[in-house]
Design a protein around this ligand. Structure first.
Ligand SMILES: [Zn+2]
Ligand SMILES: [Zn+2]
Length: 451
């Protein structure tokens, strides 16, 4: 199974037919290019014997490692970057990524003794590189983490627009807004295939802009009588900036509770994307301030039992105790599968007479998704006008909804499939089902085992 000079192939090994552990391969002229290498996490109700951290089994490409010209990591979310440190020893290829994701990756590689071993090539957003036979251009987009990039992959056999994770945010708070001219320019080229995020394809309308959350968050924080604890996804640095600005305006001392929050902010500082003058109080000092001048951002929005918010809920946090009348705000959504854990956490907080406010129940928006809903998908299909739409990053229902939108936008072909299916983009479009072996590896201690 080797692509020749007139072939352009797409082969997902993870993240197609499921959400999480993205691992994509593109094949052309005897070479393979990997895009993203992520992880997924075991369901909270999974048996204890099941490893928590799981990733796609890369054995198809491991067997052809000499033909693997590189790995491009599109952004620093765990479902795109989390597998690199564990799978790289089986791949041994150069890794290309933007500065912020490179900083996050460097820290992960350090944890397994691979920092300085893995060749990480930092590519500033907007630049182009030849990686083997593939010319790769990083295209600015907006998402819910710094420096999200789509990729334009150009080969003599054809061109592919790989969106990675995206939304159209005119005011992302951190980083540049999206610019329609970018995608209109790409649309003037022949684009054979658009491989596209399907996460929110079943939702009508348009995702909320990050900036549009400010009024709701300000209201929910300024109206609180006691302490405020906000929980959100640690990687959403724009959200942290908004919360820090509101804390300052409303006269609250702000601390970060949770290792992943501190890691993300320190990586943002190290790469120069954290705004000047936005700073935090050491967590151990927070308990000494009057209650109505205290605010914390805590990890644990999904009810993770060892995260900061769960420890606060059980009154097991070393630096802070909550009292009746304090307020906990969920500036996040519940990821399907975590409902029971989140409900349990909320019940624990309410038992302490802590007021709980969730994004689902609050009248103003206090959480925004990082993925495109129907109107955004339509806009992108209209700009890019690919010959083929290949929806990925979703379960079968999301992929079908995305394909239906593409069809309604006049995209001539939609190819739907799942991990292990080989998508032929050029010279003749088509899909060969189950062309490559797939599976999952789970992290057990420092070792990987097949699941
Ligand atoms: Zn993703
Ligand atoms: Zn993402």
């Amino acid at each position: 199974m080797t692509p020749n000079a007139s072939d352009l192939w797409f082969l997902p090994l993870g993240g197609c037919g499921e959400i999480g552990m993205n691992l994509n391969l593109y094949g052309h002229d005897g070479q393979w290019l990997m895009v993203d290498c992520g992880v997924t996490f075991a369901a909270p109700d999974a048996p204890v014997s099941e490893p928590h951290v799981q990733m796609a089994d890369p054995r198809f490409i491991e067997d052809r490692r000499d033909a693997l010209v590189g790995l491009v990591v599109t952004h620093a979310h765990e479902d795109h970057i989390g597998g690199v440190a564990h799978l790289w020893p089986r791949l041994r290829c150069p890794v290309f990524t933007t500065p912020f994701a490179a900083e996050i990756l460097r820290r992960k590689l350090g944890e397994v003794g691979l920092d300085g071993v893995v060749p990480v090539i930092i590519v500033p957003p907007g630049e182009q590189r030849f990686i083997g036979a593939f010319n790769v251009e990083w295209i600015d987009l907006t998402h819910s983490i710094p420096e999200p990039s789509a990729l334009m992959l150009r080969t003599p056999a054809g061109n592919i627009f790989h969106t990675a994770d995206w939304k159209l945010d005119p005011n992302p708070v951190l980083g540049k807004p999206y610019d329609p001219a970018t995608y209109q320019r790409l649309g003037t080229e022949t684009i054979d295939a658009m491989v596209c995020d399907s996460t929110n394809a079943t939702l009508a309308g348009h995702s909320a802009s990050e900036l549009s959350l400010e009024p709701g968050l300000r209201e929910v924080i300024s109206s609180a009588q006691g302490r405020v604890v906000v929980t959100c996804f640690a990687s959403n640095l724009a959200r942290l900036v908004t919360l820090a600005r509101i804390a300052r305006e409303t006269g609250r001392h702000l601390s970060l509770f949770g290792r992943s929050l501190n890691n993300m902010v320190s990586a943002a500082r190290a790469t120069g994307i954290w705004p000047e003058g936005v700073s935090f109080v050491p967590p151990r000092d927070l308990g000494y301030f009057p209650r109505d001048t205290v605010m914390a951002i805590a990890t644990g929005s999904q009810g993770e039992s060892r995260a900061a918010l769960s420890r606060l809920a059980r009154d097991r946090h070393p630096y802070l105790s909550l009292d009746p009348g304090d307020r906990v705000v969920f500036s996040a959504r519940i990821i399907p599968g975590n409902e029971r854990e989140v409900e349990r956490l909320i019940a624990q907080l309410r038992q302490q007479e802590v007021e709980v406010i969730t994004s689902e129940a609050y009248p103003l928006p206090i959480h925004a998704s990082g993925h495109p809903a129907e109107d955004e998908l339509r806009a992108m299909y209209d700009w890019i006008q690919p010959e083929i739409a290949i929806p990925v990053h979703g379960e079968a229902a999301h992929i079908k909804a995305n394909a239906d939108i593409a069809r309604a936008c006049g995209i001539p072909r939609q190819l739907q499939g799942q991990n292990g299916d080989l998508f032929f983009i050029a010279p003749m479009p088509g899909v060969r089902r189950g062309a490559a072996p797939t599976g999952r590896l789970g992290l057990q201690g420092e070792l990987l085992r097949s699941l």
